[in-house]
Design a protein around this ligand. Sequence first.
Ligand SMILES: [Fe+2]
Ligand SMILES: [Fe+2]
Length: 293
Amino acid sequence: MADFLSAYSIQYWLESCPQGYLDGTEYGHAPGEKEPDPFVSDPMLRERAIQSTVQLVVGERCALAASSGLINAAPDEASKRYLATQTLDEARHVEIFTQRLYDLGVPKSDLESVIREHANPNLVKFAEVLLEKVDRKDFVAGVVGQNIVLEGMAFTVFEMMHAMNQKVNKKFAHTLSGTIADERRHVGFGENRIGSLIQQHPEKKPEIERMQRDMSYFMLATFADAFRKAPSEEERARIRAELGERGDVEWQGKSLASVDPSEIEALLADTVLKEFKLRLGRVGIEYQSPVRP
Ligand SMILES: [Fe+2]
Ligand SMILES: [Fe+2]
C-alpha cells in the first residue's frame, strides 16, 4: 500500500504530469504549433480528421464522467485522491481534443451538433455499458470497465494514431503523446488497485466478465464501422500524393500505407484484445470473447 500511495498521490501527479511532461505545453502541444496545411485545406483529410477526433471527444467525455463518478464510490481515501487527479486528466483530454476540432475549423456554436452527427453509435453504447456501473456506484466493475477496458482500448488507439501522425502532423502527435503518458498511469492504477478487491469479492466476477464482453463487442463494432468508412483506393492514392513519403509509417511491424484497411482493423483489434487478456488476467478476471460483430 505504501508504494501504491506514493505512485498515485497528488504530489506524484503534480511532479510528473503538470510540472513534468506537460510543462510548457499549450493544449497538449508546443506553443505555436498548428494543424499542418492539408488537414485544414483538403476537405477530405479535414473531414476525416474531424470524424476521428469526435470519437476521441466521445471516449474522453465518458472517461471524465466515469472517473469523477467513481470518486464517491471508492472504498478508500487514497483511491479517491488518485481519481481526483484522473478526473482532471480526463477533463484535460476532453478539452484538448475539443480544441483540435476548433483548430480544424469547427465553429464553437456547432460543436455539439458536429459531435452528435459523427459520434459512432457503437462507441456511445460502449460508454453506456460502463456508465451504468458507475451510476450504480459499483466501484470494482467501474474501475475494470474504465481503467482496464476503456483505457486499454484508448491507449492502443492513441499509440496507433501517434504512429500515423508522427511525420505528417507533429502538433497532433505531441497532443497524443501527453495523453498516452496519462493513460499509462490510468491503466496502471486499474491493475494495481483492483486485483486485491476482486480477491475479496469473487462473487462479482461473472458480472464483471459480462460487462467486459459487452464492452469488447461494442468496441469491435466501433472499429468495424470506422474501418468500413476508411478511404477508398482512390482516396488513398490522393492521400499518398498529398503526404508523400511522410505518409507511410510502421505500426506493430506493418507499413500502414501499404496494407488494406481491413488488415489494419484486424491488427488493431488483435492488439487491443491481447492487452485486455493480459491485464484482466493479472487482476484475476477471465477474458470473455464477444461475438464478432
Ligand atoms: Fe483520457
Ligand atoms: Fe484515462
